[in-house]
Design a protein around this ligand. Structure first.
Ligand code: IPM
Ligand code: MN
Length: 372
């Protein structure tokens, strides 16, 4: 029996292309693993009304970790139109399966490294080395939303909050609400993960990215908890920045920053920005990590127009596999894989279109595999 059981969920669009590419690399590195493919994504939404079928949840429960490609998601109304006729009008609402997985398996920590590998022509500056810790289960992503505003909610808000008065006479069909729910536990947890990482890999600062001057309660909670945790790590400075200013500082002085920590939505925003600083989403990998399970994925989406054309850069997916190897404790293999990726980028002989080349995703993966 293999040492590890790994669930592989290619998803749709280029998710399939980059999954094929990463398997070339994993085969070459000889991880002692059994790979079990599972269903997720748009196809299953259209056919079954559920992009994350129960059998896939079952598969994940039986495996050690999961490699996930990408999925297409569309706004509510468009999603409904693509259901098979039998399922239309049944009240099914599309929701993102990756967000679902993060919450279902309590994958509370989203680790998103953004490193400028030398020789990458797309680097914004040299030596950028950012590591984002994004809280992965709460904030605006809890999915508690209202439209139109229900009468009970309206009543409670009017009773408990003076700021609601301004909307007293607004028609409920003119109001939508999304709740930003954050717990102390999750804030403490994500900040601790960030500090532990900074400590282990010798980063000098952890920057908490929030907006407590406006979001006094949720933002305030995060920053206050961050200060308490930071006090336990005297060798590492806690920097506090507002999300808006942070986007500006990241462009101006990306080399000043190391580990960044944020709640779900702000983490989502700074991780795309940081990815662009080191070559774009083709280089951005992501680990959704909980206490008992983890899902590794490229940060990019399914890019439907490139589906099946093997055009996209598989590096993000390959680096996701590197994060998975670290999670499994296969440190040597992880290091070897990162070195091989760095070498292919440095040499620049094999390049996908984003890098100005004409090589396919599979050729790039083969080039990495060559150095393993
Ligand atoms: C990401 C993606 C997802 C997110 C989408 C696909 C729901 O943008 O992993 O960053 O917003 O978390
Ligand atoms: Mn995102």
């Amino acid at each position: 029996m293999a040492k590890y059981k790994i669930a592989v969920l290619p998803g749709d669009g280029v998710g399939k292309d980059v999954t094929e590419a990463v398997m070339i690399v994993l085969d070459k590195i000889k991880l002692d693993a059994e790979y079990i493919y599972g269903d997720i994504g748009w196809e299953f939404w259209c056919k079954e009304g559920n992009p994350l079928p129960d059998r896939t949840i079952g598969l994940l429960q039986e495996t050690d970790s999961c490699l996930f490609g990408a999925i297409t998601s569309k706004p509510k109304e468009e999603a409904e139109k693509e259901l098979i006729p039998e399922l239309q009008g049944t009240g099914l609402i599309y929701s993102s399966p990756i967000v679902g997985l993060r919450q279902k398996f309590n994958l509370h920590t989203n680790l998103r490294p953004c490193k400028a590998y030398s020789g990458n022509p797309l680097n914004y500056k040299e030596n950028i080395d950012l590591v984002i810790f994004r809280e992965n289960t709460e904030g605006l992503y809890v999915g508690i939303e209202y439209y139109p505003l229900p009468a009970e909610v309206r009543r409670v808000l009017l009773k408990t909050h003076p700021k609601m008065k301004r909307f007293e006479n607004v028609d409920p069909r003119e109001i939508a609400i999304s709740l930003r729910l954050m717990t102390k536990k999750a804030c403490r947890n994500i900040v601790r993960e960030a500090f532990e990482y900074a400590n282990r890999f010798e980063y000098k600062t952890v920057t908490v990215v929030e907006k407590p001057n406006v979001l006094r309660e949720t933002g305030g909670l995060m920053v206050r908890e961050a200060r308490k945790i930071a006090a336990e790590y005297p060798g590492i400075d806690l920097w506090e920045t507002n999300i808006d200013a942070m986007t500006m500082w990241l462009l101006k002085n990306p080399n000043d920053y190391g580990v960044l920590v944020a709640e779900n939505m702000f983490g989502d925003i700074i991780s795309d920005l940081s990815a662009q600083l080191v070559g774009g989403l083709g280089f951005a990998s992501s680990g959704n990590i909980g206490d008992h399970y983890a899902v590794f994925e490229p940060t990019h989406g399914s890019a439907p127009k490139y589906a099946g054309r093997y055009k996209v850069n598989p590096t993000a997916m390959i680096l996701a596999a590197k994060l998975m190897l670290e999670y499994l404790g296969e440190m040597e293999k992880a290091k070897k894989l990162e070195c091989a990726v760095a070498r292919v980028i440095r040499e620049g002989k094999v390049r996908t279109y984003d890098l100005g080349g004409a090589n396919t995703s599979l050729e790039m993966a083969n080039a990495v595999a060559e150095y393993l």
